[in-house]
Design a protein around this ligand. Sequence first.
Ligand SMILES: NC(=O)c1ccc[n+]([C@@H]2O[C@H](COP(=O)([O-])OP(=O)(O)OC[C@H]3O[C@@H](n4cnc5c(N)ncnc54)[C@H](OP(=O)(O)O)[C@@H]3O)[C@@H](O)[C@H]2O)c1
Length: 250
Amino acid sequence: MKLTGNTILITGGGSGIGRGLAEVLHGLGNTVIVAGRRRDVLDQVAAANPGIEVVELDIADPDSITKAAEQVLNAHPDLNVLLNNAGIMLPDDAASPLDEATMTAQVTTNLLGTIRTTSAFIEHLERQPDATILYNTSTLAFTPLAQFAVYSATKAALHSYALSQRFLLRNTGVKVQEIVPPWVATGLVGGDEGQAMPVEDFIAQVIEELATDSEEIVVEQARTFRDNAGPGEHAFVTESNAYMADLLKE
Ligand SMILES: NC(=O)c1ccc[n+]([C@@H]2O[C@H](COP(=O)([O-])OP(=O)(O)OC[C@H]3O[C@@H](n4cnc5c(N)ncnc54)[C@H](OP(=O)(O)O)[C@@H]3O)[C@@H](O)[C@H]2O)c1
């Protein structure tokens, strides 16, 4: 996508990767609106970056999506980029009966919430001469982390959804791009003992790659995990989970 002159809505733009991208894209000359549930966090981003706008949005609530979409499109009829970044990551135990609330919250937010948000903007974006829908998935979409089985599954499903949507939009002005982060040092899971990539480094690499029209933005640290498809998948997933199990024990 082009890196300047866009009007961009970033879900989950109040913290972590979303905030990092919001600040850099704002600095590059885009109109940026950050969305999320915590108004105080969004207001902090706006205060630190005059010009960034905020909208309250809970993507787990369809009515909130409808309301926020109306608000954003009324204020910004030129909106041309939707960055689906909001997500939650909760541990689970796929070897035991699952906690209903943990499971449902992640599917409702990460998968249904993202799809519903895209759906609320899709007709508008198709009317724009040059639009982009971005999905922030994860390397865990390709190499699941066993202690986060439902989370990994929601990201795999989102990747699949993006593939279908990209095909269907191939003859329109709407590009679909996917960001595939490795472990990045945000507040998402915590527990970072230095293995996670610093947010600023990640954002800098993503911005560089965003400028290309590549379908996937995969930084160097994510490459091995993203490229895990194929007959070696089972051995690779076992090996990387054994490594992570040791790491998480420490
Ligand atoms: N950090 C990593 O290692 C990593 C790796 C791969 C992928 N990712 C993905 O990157 C994205 C951003 O995560 P992050 O690492 O930057 O963590 P983060 O700082 O916790 O960001 C998540 C954001 O999502 C928002 N959010 C959560 N539930 C929401 C809801 N129902 N409605 C609207 N907004 C909601 C949160 O804001 P509110 O709480 O204010 O709503 C928060 O700003 C997520 O999709 C995550 O899965 C992260």
